[in-house]
Design a protein around this ligand. Structure first.
Ligand code: ADP
Length: 510
């Protein structure tokens, strides 16, 4: 039974809220936004058909308050809630409460979110589904000596990981025995305060893996397909900053192997909706299951660009109970896509957030360019949330053309009033190793150990010098003009002659 959704409440903000509103509009579905105090005039609020205030700026008092969002959905008669990513997107009890309130949660079933959201249970599920996993060990209930013995058995370096983790939190690389006890403690403490769950486990730390993930779609009728891969190896502090599809190293055969593995774990978990199965890929191209993200990913647009599908629309169709319109053989990848996450951050200072007002904002356009922006000119970048400004997504017929177009688009992009990562991305687009596709999750720390992203070449230096000269020339002129007011400014000969002449005419006419 399919039931058409008429109104969707979007339980999110920024670019992803705008992205979902656009899909709603394409589908003729009404959209309702929610907003906190500091988001009163935000882009997603202006874009939506309706908008509702849900509380003060801190997300714990607004975007994360289950009851307030469900109450708003009820009040505005939304038949579905789309959680986007982050905030409540992977919260099983929120999904449960939506269903109890008779509202469709656009995502998997709560029990699937619960199962796959726990990294230990997800590892077990992957093992049962026959997926290769990174060698590891659950150390729950073990004393320090036994945990250390387990780590020695795996072999250093090991990675201590939070079972309930996400966003790179509660993770510690341990290179030797003597650092083990301390790292274990600090990872568990961080996990307890971030997720309210101090359970940690051990994994073999792969020295230079690639992060490659598979997008899947599964409907309520038992159909499940994979939509190719995304390479997300350009990371800082285990968080993605540039993503692309397809991966420069994935062959047709490897894609099929990884795709089948992804479908297999999705089936074991009773998955419904759009999801992502993440893998680490070693230098010999052997792959290991990492985790499943039970939501739309930030980087979903690169998959949309190469498959031609609209993943948000697909999520809505699945939530309505419709069967997938495609079988595996229908999915063909065309061309190449790259996404650059444009943040209001200072890359040279370790990517610290740069909050404030966007006093200048001009987005790029032209062949192959898509900008999923969460802001407008004069928008605020508040301190309360992730400082993402937009995602620049670029398509080209091959990787080379895509890199060239990305560089061109980045050069067109103008952000003023706050710092941005545009210059950082430009540097990466010129990096020889990146251009060769020689990537690993350690790429940034190996290539730019001091956050030195300003490797200016001669041409850029020349342009910069011209810009500085022009700027100081204009400023000097401004000073001269303001100093020479209209009373004492020496007029040129033509002006003096004209003035005298017109005075003579005036006198003559009296
Ligand atoms: P989170 O859910 O916090 O994002 P993930 O398990 O998805 O954590 O891992 C995030 C990133 O951490 C990976 O993309 C990779 O860069 C790194 N990572 C995770 N596990 C390993 C491992 N066993 N060896 C090396 N790097 C790892």
């Amino acid at each position: 039974m399919t039931e058409k959704i008429k109104k969707i409440l979007i339980a999110n903000r920024g670019e992803i809220a705008v992205r979902i509103i656009r899909a709603c509009r394409d589908l003729g579905i009404e959209s309702a936004a929610v907003y906190s105090e500091c988001d009163k005039t935000a882009y997603h609020v202006r874009m939506a058909d309706e908008a509702y205030y849900i509380g003060p700026s801190p997300s714990t008092e607004s975007y994360l308050v289950h009851e307030r969002i469900i109450e708003t959905a009820r009040k505005c008669k939304a038949d579905a809630v789309h959680p986007g990513y982050g905030f409540l997107a992977e919260n099983p009890s929120f999904a449960e409460k939506c269903l109890e309130a008779g509202i469709i949660f656009i995502g998997p079933k709560p029990e699937t979110i619960r199962l796959l959201g726990d990294k230990l249970l997800a590892r077990d599920t992957a093992l049962k589904a026959g997926l290769p996993v990174v060698p590891g060990r659950d150390i729950g209930g073990l004393d320090i000596a036994s945990a250390l013995a387990a780590a020695t058995d795996i072999g250093f370096p090991v990675l201590v990981k939070a079972a309930g983790g996400g966003g790179g939190k509660g993770m510690r690389v341990v290179t030797s025995e003597d650092l083990f006890a301390e790292s274990l403690k600090s990872a568990a403490n961080e996990a307890a305060s971030a997720f309210g769950d101090s359970r940690v486990f051990l994994e073999k730390y792969l020295p230079r893996p690639r992060h490659i993930e598979i997008q899947i779609l599964a409907d309520t009728h038992g159909n499940c397909i994979y939509l190719g891969e995304r390479e997300c190896s350009i990371q800082r502090r285990h968080q993605k900053v540039i993503e692309e599809s397809p991966s420069p190293v994935v062959t047709e055969a490897l894609r099929e192997q990884m795709g089948r593995a992804a479908v297999s774990i999705a089936r074991s978990a009773g998955y419904v909706g759009a999801g992502t199965v993440e893998f680490l890929v070693d230098h010999d191209l052997s792959f290991y299951f990492l985790e499943v993200n039970t939501r739309l990913q930030v980087e979903h647009p690169v998959t949309e660009m190469v498959t031609g599908l609209d993943l948000v629309k697909e999520q809505v169709f699945i939530a309505e109970g419709a069967p997938l319109k495609y079988i595996q053989e229908d999915i063909k990848l065309l061309g190449h896509a790259i996404e650059c996450r444009i943040y209001a951050e200072k890359p040279e200072e370790g990517f610290v957030p740069s909050t404030g007002t966007l006093t200048h904002y001009r987005i790029p356009a032209g062949p192959g360019v898509r900008v999923d922006s969460g802001v407008l000119l004069n928008s605020q970048i508040p301190i309360f949330y992730d400082p993402m400004i937009a995602k620049l997504i670029v398509w080209g017929k091959d990787r080379r053309e895509t890199i060239d177009r990305t560089r061109r688009a980045l050069q067109e992009y103008r952000v003023g009033g706050v710092d941005s990562t545009i210059g950082f991305h430009l540097t990466i687009m010129d990096n020889e190793k990146f251009i060769r596709g020689d990537l690993s999750t350690r790429f940034l720390e190996e290539e730019y150990p001091d956050n030195d992203y300003h490797r200016l070449d001669g041409e850029v230096l020349e342009k910069a010098a011209i810009a500085v000269a022009l700027d100081s020339f204009i400023n000097e002129r401004k000073i001269i003009l303001s100093q020479t007011s209209s009373h004492n400014r020496p007029a040129c000969g033509w002006v003096t002659y004209h003035r005298k002449n017109s005075l003579r005419q005036f006198r003559g006419s009296r």
